[in-house]
Design a protein around this ligand. Structure first.
Ligand SMILES: [Fe+2]
Length: 314
């Protein structure tokens, strides 16, 4: 057994019913930059070094197509591929040279025990230029997934992929793969599905500027601005035009890999600042709760489309 493991979160790959409109939103409103397009896909970067943080693909309906992770090098990705096959992970693809348009590198795809699509890659091109703009996202910093079999998911990520436990609450399990307090969390629920994705803003002022841009374009703050308990990050949540929940966040707790000690659900149950350390944010809107659990009604989806049309002047 090698010590190869996941070293970070790269990007999310989203199926969207209208590629052009979704690209407009992610570029003009969310603050990403299109760097490549080919076939049914558009790749968008943040201001950090990661080649792309979002891939949009034309699909009949909105769906999560993959969460992409990094590992240290080609040897590590090959070791993780062999380990995934030996572990009996579902739908493990061949180890493949990745398209140059997506930054190249070596990688493979697989599914979690509940069937959620994942991918691991190494040796992907990085941007030499880091853009200084605090109002735009630097990177994808965490993804939260709904799970009906949370113990299976957590052990899969720990034993196969090398994640470590970060925190537990009654609602969620947080796991980490780098100095960020968490890169993945599982919400106890109906799953499997995408609960939300979070993008790091450089600082609090940048987060507020991004949130203001969203408001000016017709997207309500559905939860926040507040500061979470686990992870200590400042948050603000929105529903993007496809019905996915998306978060601007900043000041995510940085943990010392060697000394960090996770807290228990009991600890957080008795924590005074719930659900916001500032006692500011209150609870998420009902609309956000529905979107997080993948249960937005048709009416709500129509509202998303109206906002998108108004936003983009169509
Ligand atoms: Fe979050």
């Amino acid at each position: 057994m090698t010590d190869a493991r996941i070293s970070g979160l790269r990007s999310v790959e989203l199926g969207v019913p209208d590629l052009e409109v979704s690209s407009d939103f992610y570029r003009k409103v969310w603050g990403l930059e299109e760097i490549a397009a080919e076939g049914d896909a558009i790749y968008l970067r943040g201001t950090g070094a990661e080649h792309h943080v979002v891939t949009l693909r034309q699909r009949p309906k909105a769906e999560l197509l993959a969460v992409h992770f990094s590992t240290s090098d080609r040897t590590a990705v090959a070791a993780l591929h062999a380990r995934a096959k030996a572990y009996g992970a579902d739908a493990v693809s061949e180890l493949t040279e990745l398209p140059r348009v997506a930054g190249g590198g070596l990688g493979f795809r697989f599914r979690t025990p509940e069937g959620l699509p994942m991918a691991i890659s190494a040796d992907v091109a990085q941007h030499a230029d880091v853009i200084a703009d605090r109002a735009r996202p630097t990177k994808l910093t965490h993804v939260v997934l709904n799970s009906a079999r949370i113990d299976d998911q957590t052990s899969f990520f720990r034993d196969l992929l090398g994640f470590r436990h970060a925190d537990s609450t009654d609602m969620m399990e947080f796991i980490r793969c780098c100095s960020d307090h968490h890169s993945i969390a599982y919400a106890r629920g109906t799953g499997p599905s995408l609960n939300h994705m979070a993008y790091e803003m450089p600082n609090f002022d940048g987060l507020m500027r991004g949130a203001g841009r969203m408001k000016q374009n017709g997207f309500n703050i559905e939860w926040g601005v507040g500061r979470h308990g686990p992870g200590n990050n400042i948050f603000t949540y929105f529903i993007e035009p496809n019905g996915f929940v998306t978060e601007y966040t900043t000041e995510v707790e940085q943990v010392d890999e060697a000394t960090y000690v996770p807290n228990t659900a009991e600890y957080w149950r008795n924590f005074p600042g719930r659900p916001c350390r500032w006692n500011m944010a209150g609870h998420p809107s009902n609309r956000l709760k529905a979107a997080m659990s993948g249960e937005l009604t048709t009416d709500e989806n129509l509202r998303c489309e109206e906002v998108m049309a108004r936003t983009l002047g169509r």
